[in-house]
Design a protein around this ligand. Structure first.
Ligand SMILES: [Cu+2]
Length: 223
């Protein structure tokens, strides 16, 4: 075991542990990056980390070409999001890394956050230079990061929306080219997740990925 003699090294280690393990999202319990970083060593206990990545250049078929898709990060790999298993009654810290720079049409009720702690999402700075918000000037341009509970409905790329018996349990709108953090808790059961932004193919954007499990919808099994 290596000993860390200096404060700097200890802090560096903490930063590596916090960011490297994905526990960073746990800071949402205390609603602020500073509070979270200082309390991160304890806040990871009992928190389940769900890391999702949205990429755009995924080959769908020869008619449609490429489509966007959600993936789950598991053991350092991207795996299908067709069925997401989560523990029941445990805080789920979700991280959504969105590489999609374009916005899609979203019904207005899905522009608001539902079901997260504090009814909000922590949104971190646009990650692509050419993202919609920056290139048009009409979108949401975030300096650093900010807590958001309602989003501009014309500047949402995707949503991570979870339903049970037709009821919206969770709704996280995802801005173009951002990373978002939130926490939520689910009771046992079988849920359905769906992106509510019309990000697929066809004249209305409601085909292709929107209809395909593991692309823009799937099951959420909570037990
Ligand atoms: Cu989508």
């Amino acid at each position: 075991m290596k000993k860390f003699g200096s404060f700097d090294k200890a802090m560096a280690l903490i930063v590596v542990i916090v960011f490297g393990s994905g526990i960073f999202a746990g800071f949402l319990f205390s609603y602020g990056p500073l509070a979270g970083v200082s309390g991160a060593s304890g806040s990871g206990k009992g928190v389940y980390q769900l890391d999702l990545v949205i990429t755009t250049e995924n080959w769908y078929n020869s008619t449609i070409g490429v489509q966007p898709a959600y993936f789950v990060v598991h053991d350092g790999k991207l795996i299908t999001s067709a069925s997401i298993s989560l523990p029941a009654n445990v805080p789920i810290a979700i991280t959504i890394v969105n590489y999609d720079s374009g916005a899609a049409v979203v019904p207005s009720q899905f522009a608001n956050v539902t079901g997260t702690s504090g009814g909000a999402v922590f949104v971190v700075n646009n990650t692509n230079v050419n993202s919609t918000g920056k290139s048009t000037g009409s979108g949401t341009v975030i300096s650093g990061g900010v807590m958001m509970s309602s989003f501009p409905k014309d500047n949402i790329a995707h949503t991570f929306s979870v339903f049970k018996n037709g009821k919206t349990i969770l709704n996280i709108p995802v801005l173009p080219s951002t990373t978002e953090y939130a926490t939520f808790v689910l009771s046992p059961g079988t849920y359905h997740w769906q992106c509510e932004a019309l990000c697929g193919s066809g004249p209305y954007g409601d085909a292709g990925a929107m209809l395909a499990p593991g692309w823009m919808n799937g099951a959420v099994i909570v037990k």
